[in-house]
Ligand binder design. Structure first.
Ligand code: SF4
Length: 255
């Protein structure tokens, strides 16, 4: 029994989109110190819904025959360090993988997860280039996110973090930032994720591919229309989560 409370945000018993190639449960933890204008989860950025850690572990246990992992998301899951560590330990005890989606502003939680070998996959959001970070987030978070990036990169290269990706939600008008962010995230998987914001036309696959072409490195491109595509130069090299035969056909006919 774990007598520890968690500020709970929600639970999805079965998801095929939160961990590439795996069926997982997704646990949302409530609360986030950041206020992104494009946040899709504003309903759980504040407030309280306290549950016992064991209650959340019981939800996971009920899905455990259907999934091979659990992704912790939010809000910002790393904000609740002790609860997240207890949940991750419980998930590991069930023999499931642990994934984390994070904005990186609590590197001490990420360090504890890595040191305890309690996490298998981290998706780290990089919101903008470092010199603009604190201005965009309206808080002094740049150094914390840099530390999270450093911790994850080192652990990944040392084999202590099997999967790591830096995710850039990319909006029209902010394309020029990507080259700086890509330089900071050199040597790790980079995902260009289509940003969606009311009143602004999202960048489509071709426009994101044009951004990627200027980087001179392979990236993953995520759009609502085409799912996730591994993209290298003008070549789609691999896509695990969707059938891209139609996309490839279309691209070929355009050349
Ligand atoms: S960091 Fe994530 S959860 Fe927090 S406001 Fe931004 S998008 Fe929403």
């Amino acid at each position: 029994m774990v007598f520890l409370k968690v500020n709970f945000g929600g639970f999805v018993p079965l998801s095929t989109v939160d961990w590439r190639g795996r069926a997982v449960c997704t646990v949302f933890l409530r609360g986030c110190p950041v206020r992104c204008h494009y946040c899709q989860n504003i309903a759980i950025l504040d407030g309280m819904d306290e549950r016992e850690v064991d209650e959340v572990l019981a939800m996971i246990k009920e899905s455990s025959l259907l999934v091979s992992g659990v992704v912790f998301s939010g809000g910002e899951a790393t904000m609740q360090k002790e609860a997240l560590l207890a949940l991750a330990k419980g998930v590991k005890t069930m023999g499931l993988g642990v994934g984390l989606q994070t904005n990186g502003v609590y590197p001490e939680t990420i360090r504890a997860l890595l040191e305890g070998r309690l996490v298998d996959r981290i998706s780290l959001d990089l919101k903008t280039q470092w010199r603009r970070y604190n201005n965009l987030l309206k808080k002094d978070f740049a150094d914390r996110v840099k530390e999270s990036l450093r911790l994850c990169t080192e652990a990944h290269h040392a084999g202590r973090l099997p999967e790591f990706e830096a995710v850039v939600t990319t909006f029209r008008g902010c394309e020029d930032d990507i080259a700086y962010i890509a330089k900071d995230a050199g040597g790790v998987d980079l995902v260009l994720q289509q940003g969606v914001l009311a009143g602004v036309a999202p960048l489509d696959f071709e426009e994101l591919a044009a951004v990627a072409d200027r980087l001179g490195r392979s990236v993953r491109i995520r759009t609502r229309q085409d799912g996730e595509v591994a993209y290298e130069g003008r070549r789609i090299v691999r896509a695990e989560s969707i059938d891209v035969s139609g996309i490839e056909q279309e691209r070929r006919s355009e050349r």
